[in-house]
Design a protein around this ligand. Structure first.
Ligand SMILES: [Zn+2]
Length: 124
């Protein structure tokens, strides 16, 4: 591994660790618990249910992203970071800059029927 690539890996590792910290903080169980001791009245029950639904949906997304971040850190450790898990080609630097936890190249990620992470931002 040359110096440039090692430096780049260090940068991505740093970014991924910061993102992991942010996600762990966002996934704090206190965010999931909504009612606590404060049982809602009949009037706002629907609103609370809606909030709870949204909160759980957001948590699920964050959890999914956290798993991707963890997997990327693992790939950095074993030297396969930046390699598409689907076709084995290098993931472009541009894509990794936008989506450091990408596990597939843009071609594979946007190919219909291939299960890989996709993200609107990386379609540029
Ligand atoms: Zn690919």
């Amino acid at each position: 591994m040359n110096t440039t690539r090692r430096q780049r890996s260090a940068v991505y590792e740093h970014i991924l660790k910061i993102e992991r910290e942010r996600l762990l903080a966002a996934l704090n169980p206190s965010h999931v618990q909504i009612w606590g001791d404060d049982v809602p009245s009949r009037n706002n029950e629907a609103a609370v249910m809606h909030d709870q639904f949204l909160s759980l949906a957001v948590n699920e997304l964050e959890l999914h992203k956290l798993r991707q971040v963890e997997a990327s850190l693992e790939r950095l450790r074993n030297g396969t970071y930046g390699i598409c898990e689907s076709c084995g080609q290098r993931i472009s630097e541009k894509r990794l800059r936008v989506l450091p936890w990408a596990n597939a190249c843009l071609t594979c990620a946007t190919r219909p029927g291939v299960r890989a992470d996709t993200h609107e931002l990386c379609r540029s």
